[in-house]
Design a protein around this ligand. Structure first.
Ligand code: IMP
Length: 193
């Protein structure tokens, strides 16, 4: 079965392809020759995930899913949250975003945080939402070279290492995205039976 994933991000598609069962082939927007960027204009993860899956439905009338992820930090009232990709403003990149988080937390004792992913699946005429959460803390200094985004400063609970100190297989066993994805896959498997 082919399933459209509303993204241009090949790394994300690869990560997701490695989690879903062999019978599901992930197709990206680029595979559909769609080069448009889908605007993420909602102010919640749920809203943006829905917006992106609906974009594919409107354009291609295909079953599809989209995800949106945020790093939610307790002491920063849930920031950067839905704005995780662009936390440091116009000149943002992963490095600057992490730097800003570390600065904003420099005086804070509470370093609790969680990654949360929401997947919006459009399946046979209906939209379904699935959530995956991994709790942890923001470490004082970056550690590790793997992964992307905030991985070097996020240490999942009871792990003793950051996401960036794990290889992809290890990260996938506990990541927010894989947890949300597993729920979606379970749903799809139940639909087929
Ligand atoms: P997206 O919704 O998956 O594009 O994620 C939004 C932003 O959250 C990304 O640009 C990253 O900064 C951050 N992010 C999402 N997933 C991860 C992850 O697994 N590790 C580290 N940062 C992530």
């Amino acid at each position: 079965m082919q399933l459209v994933f509303a993204t241009h991000n090949k790394n994300k598609a690869k990560e997701i392809q490695s989690i879903v069962p062999n019978g599901i082939q992930i197709v990206t927007l680029d595979d559909l020759n769609c080069t448009e960027d889908i605007p993420e204009t909602e102010n919640t993860l749920e809203g943006n995930a829905r917006l992106k899956s609906q974009f594919v439905v409107d354009k291609f009338k295909l079953n599809c899913f989209a995800d949106d992820t945020g790093l939610e930090i307790e002491a920063l009232n849930g920031e950067p949250g839905v704005y995780s990709a662009r936390y440091a403003g116009e000149s943002c990149n992963a490095d600057r975003n992490m730097q800003l988080v570390l600065e904003n937390l420099s005086e804070m004792e509470n370093r609790n945080a969680q990654f949360r992913t929401v997947i919006s699946l459009f399946w046979e005429g209906e939209t379904h939402l699935f959530e995956g959460v991994v709790k942890g803390r923001i470490v004082e200094e970056r550690r590790g070279k793997d992964g992307f985004g905030y991985d070097p400063i996020f240490e999942p609970e009871n792990c003793g290492k950051t996401f960036a100190e794990m290889d992809l297989v290890e990260k996938n066993t506990l990541s927010h995205r894989s947890r949300a994805l597993k729920k979606m896959v379970e749903f799809l498997q139940n639909q087929k039976n």
